[in-house]
Every structure is written in structure tokens, then in C-alpha cells.
Write a protein that binds this ligand. Structure first.
Ligand SMILES: C[S@@+](CC[C@H](N)C(=O)[O-])C[C@H]1O[C@@H](n2cnc3c(N)ncnc32)[C@H](O)[C@@H]1O
Ligand SMILES: Nc1nc2[nH]cc(C(=O)O)c2c(=O)[nH]1
Ligand code: SF4
Ligand SMILES: [Mg+2]
Length: 224
């Protein structure tokens, strides 16, 4: 029997540009394939088939790159079954955190409990806001232990309608009391100052983020 593999778009070493881990050196494992079709997706190239790699080959490359933090992203990482043993093996090996970045249409329930999960809530401008998986919100709300919260949510806002959608959801559910909620702008579509002013005016308990790597490097550049 042949060893199971994952289809990998790219593995690279960069500065983590998003999430509560922004700023830390991090190795990214980008899984190929998604199909969710968010409008404004900045990683459409990950739809193209990548290279088949088994877990040992992936871990070997990640070790070579030498970052303390590792993130599995995509594409949509949870679409490939082998991502589950990959998460487990990375967690066994890594002294620092293993992060998972997911589009939020699949439940994170089966992911290794040691993984820090960054889950997108897709607002209306993406065209897929009706596909946000309610189980992820329920899991985020259940986090009681403040010191060990391993789910954070993220909303990428492109316009005022997205912002109002997010504000309503957060107010209705009380999510900001249960987990870190990151809010950022769809790059080039909304001026950050507008989002900042809206958050401040409404006293919204969220953490604003801008994709650091798009300010450090050319925003269209791959592999950073
Ligand atoms: C490319 S996705 C890959 C992982 C997963 N499919 C997801 O959607 O989270 C990684 C992150 O990039 C964000 N993103 C995609 N396009 C963006 C854009 N144009 N501006 C800002 N963030 C963007 C997504 O919202 C998501 O948080
Ligand atoms: N530097 C950098 N940080 C990131 N954080 C999440 C990313 C992603 O595409 O999921 C990403 C990315 O593509 N580059
Ligand atoms: S879920 Fe993520 S990778 Fe898939 S289209 Fe949306 S932003 Fe892009
Ligand atoms: Mg990216």
C-alpha cells in the first residue's frame, strides 16, 4: 500500500501576518484546493493542483525551515483527510504552537485539541456568508478556560454592510466574551481608518489587524 499524501501548494517561511500571532516568524504549509469561491480571495492560485507530499516529507521541510511556529493554511486545509494526522504529528513534535487557518465552512471539531484554530466568519461581500458552519460558533462559545482558549475567530470586512453584519453577529452571540475576535479589511477594498473608526465608535470588543506581510513585501507577492 502506498503512503498517504497531501496535495501541497507551497511551504514557506515568513513573518506571520495575521491572527493574534502576527509578527512571529512562522512556517506556512499551504494545502492546495478549496472551491469555496469567496469573492476577493487573495490566494486563488492555491486552487491549482500542487505537489503530493507525505507527512514525513512535509515535516522534514518544516524542520529545515526552522521557525518556532507553524501554520497549516490553504486553500482549505480541512478538505484533505490527511491533514488530521499531519496536525497530530506536528503537535507531537513542535515545542511552540501549531496553527490552523480555516475558512469556517467545515467544523473544526475533529482537529487535534492542541492546535490553535483561526476560523474565518465570512461576511456577505464574500458571497458565501450563508455557509459559515454554526458548529464552529458553538465550539468558540464553549471555551471557558481563559488561559487556554484555542479558538479565535476572524472577520475580513470589505464594506459597511459587512461591518454591520459582523457587529450584529458579535452582539447577538456574545462571541467577543468567549474568544479573541480579529477584524481586518479586505486588502485594497476598505480603508483601514474606516474600520478603525467604526470599531471605536461602537466600542466593539475586537482586535483589529492588517495583513502585515502585504506592508512588508509587495502585496501581490506569493510565498511570503
Ligand atoms: C486565503 S485564506 C486560506 C485559509 C482558509 N481557506 C480561510 O479562508 O481562512 C487565509 C485568510 O486570508 C484572508 N483573505 C483572503 N483574501 C483576502 C483579502 N483580499 N484581503 C484580506 N484578507 C484576505 C481570508 O479571509 C483568510 O482569513
Ligand atoms: N505572512 C503571511 N501570513 C499569513 N497568515 C495567514 C496567511 C494565509 O494565507 O492563510 C498568511 C500568508 O499568506 N502570509
Ligand atoms: S475559503 Fe479561504 S482559500 Fe477558499 S476561497 Fe475563501 S478565502 Fe480563499
Ligand atoms: Mg495569505
Amino acid at each position: 500500500m502506498s503512503t498517504p499524501t497531501l496535495n501541497i501548494s507551497e511551504i514557506f517561511h515568513s513573518i506571520q501576518g495575521e491572527s493574534s500571532y502576527a509578527g512571529w516568524p512562522c512556517t506556512f504549509i499551504r494545502l492546495a484546493g478549496c472551491g469555496h469561491g469567496c469573492r476577493h480571495c487573495d490566494t486563488a492560485y492555491a486552487e491549482h493542483p500542487g505537489r503530493e507530499m507525505n507527512i514525513e516529507e512535509i515535516i522534514e521541510r518544516v524542520v529545515e525551515l526552522g521557525a518556532p511556529l507553524v501554520e497549516i493554511t490553504g486553500g482549505e486545509p480541512l478538505l484533505q483527510e490527511e491533514v488530521y494526522p499531519l496536525m497530530e504529528k506536528l503537535c507531537n513534535r513542535w515545542k511552540e504552537r501549531v496553527l490552523l487557518e480555516t475558512g469556517g465552512f467545515l467544523s473544526v471539531a475533529k482537529a487535534d485539541p492542541r492546535v490553535h484554530k483561526i476560523i474565518d466568519l465570512k461576511p456577505p461581500s464574500t458571497g458565501v456568508s450563508d455557509k459559515n458552519n454554526p458548529e464552529n460558533i458553538a465550539l468558540a462559545l464553549k471555551q471557558k478556560d481563559h488561559a487556554n482558549r484555542l479558538i479565535e475567530l476572524k472577520i475580513v470586512v470589505a464594506d459597511r454592510e459587512d461591518y454591520l453584519w459582523a457587529r450584529e453577529l458579535l452582539t447577538r452571540t456574545g462571541l467577543p466574551d468567549a474568544c479573541t475576535v480579529m477584524m481586518g479589511v479586505a486588502f485594497g477594498m476598505l480603508e483601514p481608518v474606516n474600520l478603525a473608526n467604526w470599531i471605536l465608535e461602537d466600542r466593539l470588543n475586537v482586535r483589529m489587524q492588517l495583513q502585515l506581510h502585504k506592508y512588508i513585501w509587495d502585496p501581490g507577492r506569493r510565498g511570503v
